[in-house]
Ligand binder design. Structure first.
Ligand SMILES: *[C@@H]1O[C@H](CO)[C@@H](O)[C@H](O)[C@H]1NC(C)=O
Ligand SMILES: *[C@@H]1O[C@H](CO)[C@@H](O)[C@H](O)[C@H]1NC(C)=O
Ligand SMILES: *[C@@H]1O[C@H](CO)[C@@H](O)[C@H](O)[C@H]1NC(C)=O
Ligand SMILES: *[C@@H]1O[C@H](CO)[C@@H](O)[C@H](O)[C@H]1NC(C)=O
Ligand SMILES: *[C@@H]1O[C@H](CO)[C@@H](O)[C@H](O)[C@H]1NC(C)=O
Ligand SMILES: *[C@@H]1O[C@H](CO)[C@@H](O)[C@H](O)[C@H]1NC(C)=O
Ligand SMILES: *[C@@H]1O[C@H](CO)[C@@H](O)[C@H](O)[C@H]1NC(C)=O
Length: 403
């Protein structure tokens, strides 16, 4: 693992200084991002996979990663820099018939992979069995209720893996089609390895709830809504009390802030102090002060960084989380070529220290295939995997070659 040094408090302190100098404006919407420097010197490698790859995550097992491939869970051997697809574990047909496997998470104890499939359900897979290619690796399906939503997209577990929080992007008629966070309590695996769970309830947020992230201390869940559901183009970042979410989800919301146009993914710095969000239709990476998200929302936005077109996934890289990569999806290129036809895809590399100093922080863009969507970093911090949803590719990025 990357050593955890005490740069964090300094970082938040320095970021807080920027906001003291002048309020940071929430960015509006933007169509195509300005061109970025082309980072062709970064070492990458790619493989093609048999279906559109969505969520990707490394296992705790040595040299293994998992990727959601629509009707199967792909198992990657990552012992070499260029990964290889070694197994496909079929996902249960009734749940993957509409959109297929999407979001993915590894439980903190490394035993299970959780996969969403734009349905009511959460699919539970035994990580060791999957790594070994065992066809009985699917050990459970937690099926929720239509009321909470039937468009499960991302999932996060509590630190003790006793609860799973699923973003139900579009909610249901009962929620006024506002998205929700649906809560499941996970039971300990039975002697035969099967995992069951109970549905607890849900919390209604704004429209199109997708990205979720747990604070490292396990107390707060952050979630993004693409629009606030109150007639504005801006979306929101919501701050949610994890203890309340476990017992009384509908009362768990602490606060919301506006978070640019179409915020879709969120990550939390290891020191718990800075929350980073991709605002997709703003082509921006936003940094928020975690404590001000609760105490002083109007001053919570610390920085807004211009990245590439329609960023989705984001991930920390490098020692002390000094870099952030965003997956610039340009995902609407095929839907609206007249607007997006000239835009490129890639991974913007953002220098966190330059964000602190208030300087130009975007170091350029690493070229990718089409619609780069999600990112994962290897346990040793050396390799990042990218799912190129549009071009059916998994790309590896050599972290040591980043600028
Ligand atoms: C960046 O470089 C790559 C590799 O040389 C090239 O294929 C791509 O077209 C370049 N992109 C831009 C936007 O110049
Ligand atoms: C991964 O590939 C390496 C090199 O081919 C091989 O030695 C290793 O056994 C493979 N691991 C698994 C889990 O298949
Ligand atoms: C899962 O639950 C939903 C909502 O209750 C239900 O409509 C659906 O039939 C269930 N799926 C299966 C395969 O049992
Ligand atoms: C596994 O054990 C659980 C709990 O005892 C039981 O409900 C389930 O039917 C068993 N499954 C199989 C495949 O044996
Ligand atoms: C947060 O936003 C949601 C969705 O727009 C709204 O229902 C809720 O009242 C807001 N809560 C706060 C505390 O602002
Ligand atoms: C919409 O909701 C957001 C988040 O709760 C709030 O900041 C914003 O002021 C609201 N806009 C309107 C027009 O009510
Ligand atoms: C795309 O590039 C072409 C050629 O440079 C230009 O004519 C066209 O206006 C551009 N389209 C957009 C939407 O910027």
């Amino acid at each position: 693992m990357i050593p955890s040094l005490s740069l964090g408090p300094l970082l938040a302190g320095a970021l807080a200084c920027i906001s003291a100098v002048g309020a940071v404006l929430v960015p509006g919407c933007q169509v195509v991002a300005p061109p970025e420097k082309n980072l062709t010197s970064v070492r990458t490698a790619e493989i093609t996979v048999p279906a559109h790859p969505f969520g990707v995550v490394y296992a705790q097992q040595h040299d293994i990663a998992f990727v959601a491939l629509k009707t199967s869970l792909g198992v990657l051997n990552t012992s070499a820099f260029t990964p290889s697809l070694i197994h496909e574990i079929p996902l249960p047909a009734p749940y993957v018939s509409v959109s297929g496997g999407m979001g993915i998470a590894l439980t903190h104890n490394g035993r299970h992979v959780l996969v969403t499939a734009f349905s009511t359900a959460l699919i539970v897979i035994d990580a060791a069995k999957a790594a070994a290619g065992s066809p009985d690796a699917v050990v459970g399906v937690l099926n929720g209720t239509v009321a909470a939503g039937h468009s499960a997209i991302e999932v996060t577990t509590t630190g003790d893996d006793k609860y799973a929080f699923v973003s139900q992007e579009d909610g249901s008629l009962q929620t006024g089609e506002r998205g929700t966070i649906e809560v499941f309590e996970l039971q300990r695996p039975a002697a035969n390895g099967t995992v069951s769970g109970t549905y607890v309830g849900y919390l209604i947020l704004g429209d199109e709830v997708v990205g979720t992230a747990l604070s490292p201390d396990g107390r707060i869940l952050y979630a993004t809504s693409e629009t606030a559901s109150n007639g504005t183009t801006q979306g929101t970042l919501s701050v949610i009390d994890v203890e309340k979410l476990k017992t009384d989800p509908s009362k768990a919301l602490i606060s919301n802030v506006t978070a640019g146009c179409g915020p879709v993914r969120v990550v939390v710095s290891r020191d718990n102090q800075v929350i980073w969000v991709t605002a997709r239709e703003s082509n921006a990476l936003l940094a928020f002060d975690a404590s001000k998200l609760i105490s002083d929302q109007s001053a919570a936005l610390l920085a807004s960084v211009q990245v590439g077109t329609l960023p989705v996934g984001l991930i920390f890289a490098g020692a002390n989380e000094r870099r952030i990569l965003t997956a610039n999806s340009n995902r609407f290129a095929s839907l609206d070529p007249s607007l997006y036809g000239n835009a490129t895809t890639g991974l913007s590399v953002v220098d966190v220290d330059a964000v602190i100093r208030g300087e130009q922080a975007n170091l350029g863009q690493i070229p990718t295939g089409s619609f780069p969507r999600e990112l994962a970093i290897s346990p040793d911090g050396k390799t990042i995997l990218v799912s190129d949803y549009g071009s059916l590719m998994i790309q590896a990025v050599d972290v040591s070659t980043l600028p």
